[in-house]
Design a protein around this ligand. Structure first.
Ligand SMILES: [Cu+2]
Length: 107
């Protein structure tokens, strides 16, 4: 019986964790490799926070899209929560010509 109770407790805890991650949304990370966002295209569910972060040790980058903009620096941690479905394109304004662009697809 005690075993059953602890199993139920674990089950309840798992359900709670799943529910809270749905309620608060998940976070997906995008990094920078050379002059490329990695991953370049990311697909997320509505309510997901996308976190861009990089530490290049010298080369500055930024993330600029419609309605969002990070600072331009060699070390950046920038988050945006996507609450509406759609395709959001963004660029690094410094390296746009070199193809440093990305896309967030929100379903
Ligand atoms: Cu850049």
């Amino acid at each position: 019986m005690r075993k059953l109770v602890s199993l139920l407790a674990v089950a309840a805890l798992s359900v709670g964790l799943v529910l809270s991650s749905v309620a608060f949304g998940a976070t997906k990370k995008v990094g920078v490799k050379g002059l490329t966002f990695s991953p370049k295209t990311i697909s997320v569910k509505k309510g997901t926070t996308v976190k861009w972060s990089w530490k290049t040790g010298g080369v500055p980058h930024n993330v600029v899209g419609k309605g969002f903009k990070s600072k331009t620096a060699a070390t950046v941690s920038f988050s945006k929560k996507f609450t509406k479905a759609g395709t959001y394109k963004y660029v690094c304004t410094i390296h746009k010509a070199q193809g440093m662009t990305g896309t967030v697809k929100v379903k």
